[in-house]
Design a protein around this ligand. Structure first.
Ligand SMILES: O=C(O)C(=O)C[C@]1(C(=O)O)C=C[C@@H](O)C=C1
Length: 356
């Protein structure tokens, strides 16, 4: 070993020793914080969001902000687990984007609970079998996930956070020669998201060779059992099922992103950069939606999302899902909510939480 290499490695060893001492000291402090928390609620999304924002602001480089965020998410994950172990439910099986979203937010020091359906994720949290749930709510190219929105309307749970996950799709099979692929399994949304790529790169495949699977991970499982089949799924699914990657990032829109919500039983304090989600109905008079949006404009509250869903209680009646900038404890949002309560036929605040 050259003298220069040895000196550099000696410095890295010394820094690792210091890092270990610092991480252990931090974990000890988190344990003390855990003992002070009388409510028993360990996870504080607003505090974690503030720490991550500060670390990214102060990041001197050369490590990217994305990697700094991952590193500190993982540090907080292990500190949290020392305060109290946490169960997080998500749409399974393992290897789905929902699992990836859960790990992105909570880090790896959690017990993941893969559920069979979005309904089951809600049920697990409602019955206290899981502390939190992670559910998809919208995709940038395919739109809203209707089932999640319908369940949000009924549930007593609150939204405690959001996760934006860039969705990269991979074509995977037991071998990498595209000419040998005679069918492709995937979730219908993923097949739709890769439509153009499939037509261009696998023109020999008829539409009947594109087979719907219950999830992308299930697609990977089926491809692992059939030499002529491929699957479109996440990179993690390829690892889990021992498949080779034939093509990467095959989604038609490279900005393709899915937004997930964290659902739980707590109200989250303001972080300084928050969102508030609510659902409301009009009294069905002409101009009624204008009446509902007017208080927002008057109090200078910006709306980042407006989505309508059939109400299921009457033909051509709708419920409106609205995301606002700000926390319900902020003066302008609170004032707009007070006015909205008078004007809306029904209003439910789903939660305020740190903006992703
Ligand atoms: O500050 C707290 O409340 C802590 O419990 C510490 C800590 C952390 O590791 O910094 C851990 C869990 C919480 O979600 C927030 C922050």
């Amino acid at each position: 070993m050259s003298e220069e290499l040895k000196q550099l490695r000696d410095q890295i060893d010394a820094i690792d020793n210091e890092l270990l001492q610092l991480v252990s000291k931090r974990a000890g402090l988190a344990q003390q914080v855990g003992k002070i928390k009388k409510s028993g609620i360990v996870y504080r999304p607003e505090r974690e969001a503030q720490i991550l924002a500060r670390m990214q602001e102060q990041n001197p480089g050369p490590v990217s902000n994305e990697h700094i965020k991952q590193l500190f998410t993982e540090i907080m994950s292990l500190c949290r687990a020392l305060e109290k172990p946490m169960n997080v439910a998500y749409l399974g099986p393992n290897g789905t984007f929902s699992e990836e979203a859960a790990l992105k937010r909570f880090g790896s020091a959690i017990t993941g609970m893969a559920c069979d359906s979005i309904d089951d994720v809600f049920r697990m949290v409602e019955s206290d079998a899981a502390n939190y749930g992670v559910v998809p709510v919208e995709n940038s190219s395919e739109g809203a996930i209707g089932r999640t929105m319908d369940l949000l309307l009924q549930t007593p749970l609150t939204i405690c956070g959001e996760i934006q996950l860039p969705v990269h799709q991979f074509l995977m099979a037991q071998q990498t020669d595209l000419a040998h692929i005679s069918k492709i399994y995937s979730h219908p949304q993923s097949l739709a998201q890769c439509h153009h790529w499939l037509k261009t790169n696998l023109p020999h495949l008829p539409d009947s060779a594109l087979i719907n699977a219950a999830s992308n991970a299930d697609a990977a499982r089926q491809a692992a059992a059939d030499k002529q089949a491929a699957a479109i799924a996440s990179h993690r699914a390829a690892e889990l099922f021992g498949l080779s990657i034939c093509a990467e990032n095959i989604e038609d829109d490279p900005r393709n992103t899915t937004r997930f919500l964290v659902i739980g039983k707590q109200t989250v304090a303001p972080s300084g950069k928050d969102k508030t989600s609510l659902v409301m109905t009009t009294n069905n008079r002409s101009g009624a939606i204008y009446t509902l949006l007017e208080p927002l404009a008057q109090h200078g509250v910006s709306m980042s999302r407006l989505e309508s869903r059939p109400s299921r209680t009457g033909l051509w009646q709708y419920v409106f899902f609205v995301d606002l900038e700000g926390h319900q404890q902020n003066d302008n949002v609170a004032a707009a909510m007070t006015e909205l309560r008078d004007k809306a036929a029904f209003l439910k605040i789903l939660g305020s939480y740190p903006a992703a």
